[in-house]
Design a protein around this ligand. Sequence first.
Ligand code: ADP
Length: 469
Amino acid sequence: MSIRLRLTLLYSGLLALTLFVLGVVLVVTVSRVTLSTIESALVEEARSIVYSRPFRPDFNHEGYDSRRVAAPATYVQARGPDGAILSRTSNLGDFDLPIDNSRLTTAQNGEAWTDVVSTDNGRLFILNQPVVSRGQLAGVVQFARSLADQDESLETLRNILVVGSLLVVVVAFVVGWFLSGAALRPIQRITDTARVIGAQHDFDRRVDYHGPPDEVGRLATTFNGMLNELQGAYRQTEQALQSQRRMVADASHELRTPLTTIRGNLGLLQRKPPIGEEDQEAVMTDMVDETDRLIRLVNDLLVLARSDTGRPLRSERVAIVPLIDDACRQARLLGAERTIECEAVPAVVVVGDRDALKQVLLILLDNALKYTPAGGTITIGAAVADRVVALRIRDTGPGIAPEALPHIFERFYRSDEARSSIATRSGSGAGLGLAIAKELIEAQHGQITAESEAGKGSVFTVTLPWAQE
Ligand code: ADP
């Protein structure tokens, strides 16, 4: 059963119950008041007949003519102490006003009692008034009035109440049904929206609510907020899945190239008759180079896979001076024919992972050496500003084209020049170096950026939080 129907039934039921209780109270009260009014009138009459003159239970006697002593609607009947009818007013005709004879035995205390009896012409209200003379019961005078008119009025009142209440309940049900429908409409809209989103995976949809910020309004706002979160999460998952797919495709492609070369070279070695010794040597060298490239590639992929699983890096205090000194030493070892300049570095400490930082500097140095021709200069330096430490590696290589610059940190990205350069042929990476550097630096809450001017050189800057004393 819907909430709407339950709510409407509930308050219609409550209204019906209230009306019923009110109706019963009203009918009972009116009935009591009517009876007590009749009783008062009869008591008054009884007083005037029984006590205002010596009692003679003979209503044919002129002093007791009912038409003179009692209201025309009142029936009077006198009974002796044994209950025998002595006399009655003429408006009774042959009808005996009944009496409960058992009460006669206790009637000498003079206390009147009342009875309501049913007759063929409707109910009668009877006041039985004992007449006591010198401590003895002299008789009982019964005064009665018909309740037919009152019963008829009560019946009419009852009918009005029943029909009126039924009408009110029906109207209340219909009005309530529409009101609760209007109040619950936004909830219906939320349900519809949720259904459409579920069916179409359309997370751009929102609940259209313009009402006040009441319970339903808050529900709509919360629902829309949840959809925002869901949309963000859905997009992230989509992007992650897409980049994973691209990564798998790129990785397969990159792995296939050296494997194809190795396979081709093995085919050459299997040739019958065998190829010349000089060629064999070249083939072997080629295979070793390709195998090295495969190992490098697999290592790089491993680093990226680890960073993808969110494995946390260490958060330790790393002094910059020894880090830069190490990098300079490495650069001088590898950078024959290039000038390596090491600037004076401030003695500061950053928060990060020492090994990961070394790896990043190596990647940047490796690139600088790779792309800087003989005679060029590579400068390594560091500076502190605004609570961050910036490590800089500058080269005087060919620089990076403006259209390539936004992509160099993407996985497997290599500029066209890099693809066709000697560097690639001499066993360089597969476009993963800078992607790894970026992942490692961001995992340490730092940033890595590149600036470059084609033909003049490039500057790679790594910024890290400065660990103050
Ligand atoms: P790769 O293994 O090809 O060097 P990276 O991710 O390290 O891959 O670099 C991506 C691309 O960025 C390179 O292919 C190259 O085009 C460009 N690049 C990186 N470092 C330099 C640099 N110092 N000078 C010029 N181009 C660079």
